[in-house]
Design a protein around this ligand. Structure first.
Ligand SMILES: [Mg+2]
Length: 227
């Protein structure tokens, strides 16, 4: 059992449900705009629009709203009407006005881990939106620091460890995303805990073998078997 480690937690789909809420909105959108035969094609189109918009707009509900409108415009060959935009807003309600649904075991596990380790939160996305989710989660008090960044890459992890004066060898990145959490953290010299989530966003998939992570767990509570 390790003591005195710095445990850095991803938030979306590691501490709380996130992508499943987007998936529900997409299902509602596809029900509205697509027949059964072109559902897959519309989904591919939306994924492409999102990937492009993420580069300029970052991640979160704002980029997602813009992507739904552009997808609608591409499908109809004209600008969406006010009524159509209002319908997009209706679909987005669970994302913009919502409660945080913590993943099972998170609260008790963080409490136990905080006795022997230093906990940090590192999440990417829109600053205001992530801040609101952190506040609504009611678990912010477990973390020594909360870091909201536009993107998680190797430099993000290097800057985090250097900025806090921490040795990368005692730092663990814990998350559900190979692309954002595991691979760049490993390249920066951190150890990693991969906790897959069945609803991980398609844009977060990357070439990855789970055994590349230092540890692979099935549930969040299993952290207590190792730390
Ligand atoms: Mg995540």
């Amino acid at each position: 059992m390790l003591k005195g480690q710095t445990l850095v937690f991803d938030a979306d789909d590691t501490l709380w449900e996130n992508n499943v809420l987007f998936e529900r909105v997409i299902e509602g959108f596809l029900d509205w705009v697509s027949g059964p035969e072109d559902r897959t094609r519309t989904r591919v189109l939306l994924d492409e629009i999102e990937a492009r918009n993420a580069v300029t707009l970052g991640y979160g509900a704002g980029m997602f709203r813009q992507s739904l409108r552009e997808c609608l415009e591409a499908l109809n060959g004209r600008t969406p009407t006010n009524a159509e935009n209002a319908r997009v807003e209706d679909l987005l309600t669970p994302l913009t006005n919502r409660r945080i649904e913590l993943i099972e075991g998170v609260e008790e596990t963080l409490l136990a881990l905080s006795a022997d380790h230093e906990l940090l939160l590192l999440t990417k996305g829109n600053l205001e939106e992530q801040r609101r989710k952190v506040d609504a989660s009611r678990i912010a008090h477990h973390f020594r620091g909360i870091h909201i960044v536009p993107e998680k890459n190797v430099d993000t992890y290097r800057q985090l460890s250097a900025g806090l004066g921490l040795e990368a060898e005692r730092m663990w990145m814990i998350g559900n995303s190979p692309k954002s959490d595991i691979l760049p953290a490993l390249r920066a010299g951190l150890k990693t805990v991969y906790i897959p989530h069945e609803h991980t966003w398609v844009l977060e998939h990357d070439e990855f073998r789970p055994e590349e992570a230092t540890l692979v767990l099935r549930t969040f509570a299993e952290l207590l078997d190792h730390f």
